[in-house]
Design a protein around this ligand. Structure first.
Ligand code: ATP
Length: 286
């Protein structure tokens, strides 16, 4: 099977409004992504070099992937999404690659070929965004870890550096990467001309949680007794993903209670909240 088969290409349909809170992050991304991708000729006419890479870091479930998709959608850019998982069967021979729900395994050299191929396809489909989820795997610090896994990592990293440097001539291609472990990323990638912008995507504050709850109840029929502000106050430490889960679960509880229910009420939300424990701790909020 072709190793590029699993690279998903799409122009995502996610709008900035689907993301609650994070106004600063959204604004910075908008400028860095939409301007150069939409107006690449103006940039070259003025001799201004656009941003080539942006690293998003922060705890899981706080919308890094969703932000990358919203950026691609706003810029009408093809979205290439890649995610390398840490090899765990045989660190020298096989590396796992997942795209969407599909899981692939491949030999080490194929991982590099996949990277090169993705950049090539992105050049052909420009404007494009290449998104690396769990970027600390493909861009791991050199010299760390066991000898086997560092060999795999170093080869991927070298290919990544070469490809990112090759973007100098390419127009309308941006690399976005997401990680929960920014310190595990090799310093060479942080030099200007590679990941020029580093954005922290924090867990949602009260206002953010309120907006996230609004986003995820938009299409639900909510009872008059539901006060989203109050739920936001009671869900400190919840991530966006957990709040989304809460809304979905509350709907299911309502259905389970009465299959002909007309709306989802406060008691349904409360029942779910009682059973949930947020994954983040207070230290994650600093
Ligand atoms: P991971 O590090 O685990 O990949 P992530 O930071 O990339 O997580 P996403 O995958 O973007 O997070 O978000 C997970 C889910 O949570 C998405 O379905 C998204 O809809 C929801 N979500 C997270 N944050 C927000 C937010 N600020 N507004 C609306 N939905 C959110």
């Amino acid at each position: 099977p072709s190793i590029t088969r699993g690279v998903t290409v799409e122009i995502p349909k996610v709008s900035w409004d689907d993301i609650g809170g994070l106004n600063d992050v959204k604004k910075k991304l908008q400028q860095a992504v939409e301007w150069p991708l939409k107006h690449s000729s103006t940039f070259s006419r003025l001799g201004v070099s656009p941003v080539r890479g942006i690293l998003l870091h922060g705890p899981p479930g706080c919308s890094k992937t969703t932000l990358a998709k919203a950026a691609a959608s706003a810029a009408q850019a093809s979205f290439f999404s890649l995610r390398f998982l840490k090899p765990h069967i045989n660190p020298i021979l096989i590396i796992f690659y997942i795209s969407g729900a599909e899981l692939y395994s491949m030999y080490v050299g194929e991982g590099e070929a996949l990277l090169r191929n993705t950049f090539r396809k992105a050049r052909l489909a420009a404007p494009s965004i290449i998104f690396f989820d769990e970027a600390d795997v493909v861009a791991a610090k050199r010299g760390g870890g066991s000898s086997g896994s560092s060999t795999v990592g170093e080869r991927l990293l070298t290919t990544m550096l070469t490809e990112m440097d090759g973007l100098e001539q390419a127009k309308g291609i941006l690399v976005l990467a997401a990680t929960n472990r920014p310190h595990a990323i090799d310093a060479a990638l942080m030099r200007p001309g590679r990941f020029d912008i580093i954005l922290y995507v924090p867990p949602p504050d009260l206002e953010g949680r309120h907006e996230i709850l609004r986003v995820h109840t938009r299409k639900m029929k909510i009872g008059n007794d539901v006060d989203l502000r109050e739920i936001a106050e009671d869900t400190e430490l919840f991530t966006g993903a957990e709040l989304e889960g809460l809304c979905k679960e509350a709907g299911i509880v309502a259905l389970r209670e009465d299959i002909s229910a007309t709306d989802v009420c406060n008691r349904h939300f409360e029942a779910v909240m009682r059973s949930l424990r947020p994954a983040l701790s207070r230290e994650d909020m600093d």
